[in-house]
Design a protein around this ligand. Structure first.
Ligand SMILES: [Zn+2]
Ligand SMILES: [Zn+2]
Length: 137
């Protein structure tokens, strides 16, 4: 049986699913998120590794060191290049971070905070949410 939330890359070759309802949903304006997403910010949330299931495709991982100084793997579809999830986060062991835009049904899943607002560009308006200059504490 399919899990509650399903997601995929742009070409549909990478598919994954999980049951956990997203809790800590962050809009992150950091430089890494800008570079990796190509946008002003990235929106993502954590899912326990034990619940996360890859259904199809062979995502490729790119390891790098984030602005925080901690390592992580960004996984993307080698066919279409879409970024799909992050794993092996030194700061959050056992958690997979999924990007909101990968979800098949993103409606109703809303951000709860904004972080790295010191990197927010002047034209981007703050949402009516808790604001954090860098990492939430
Ligand atoms: Zn793809
Ligand atoms: Zn970020």
């Amino acid at each position: 049986m399919a899990k509650k939330h399903t997601a995929q890359c742009a070409c549909g070759s990478v598919k994954f699913e999980f049951d956990t309802d997203p809790g800590f949903i962050a809009v992150c304006h950091c430089l890494d998120c800008k570079r990796a997403s190509g946008g002003e910010a990235a929106i993502f949330f954590g899912v326990p590794e034990s619940d996360f299931r890859l259904i199809s495709g062979k995502p490729k991982a790119f390891h790098y060191i984030a602005e925080s100084g901690k390592g992580l793997d960004r996984n993307f579809c080698p066919e279409c290049g879409a970024r799909v999830f992050s794993t092996n986060l030194e700061s959050f062991p056992g958690t997979v971070f999924v990007t909101l835009g990968s979800l098949d049904q993103p409606a109703g899943i809303e951000p709860m905070l904004e972080m790295f607002t010191k990197r927010r560009l002047a034209w981007a308006r703050p949402l009516g949410l808790p604001q954090f200059e860098s990492m939430p504490h």
